[in-house]
Design a protein around this ligand. Structure first.
Ligand SMILES: [Zn+2]
Length: 56
């Protein structure tokens, strides 16, 4: 039995779905093996542009 952890930006403009991987931000799912089984980290992305390095 594994665990799923959600990592998401706080105070983001949108509400993140931290219950599933089907969030509007298109989170990245990383596999993390552990003693208790497979673990998963769901990395949510900020939608307010903080992660945008390229500006136009
Ligand atoms: Zn999200």
């Amino acid at each position: 039995m594994g665990s799923t952890y959600h990592v998401y930006p706080t105070s983001d403009l949108v509400e993140h779905d931290t219950e599933s991987e089907d969030c509007v931000c298109g989170p990245t799912v990383e596999h993390v093996p552990s003693e208790n089984g497979d673990g998963w980290i769901v990395l949510h992305h900020s939608l307010d542009g903080r992660e945008m390095k390229e500006k136009r």
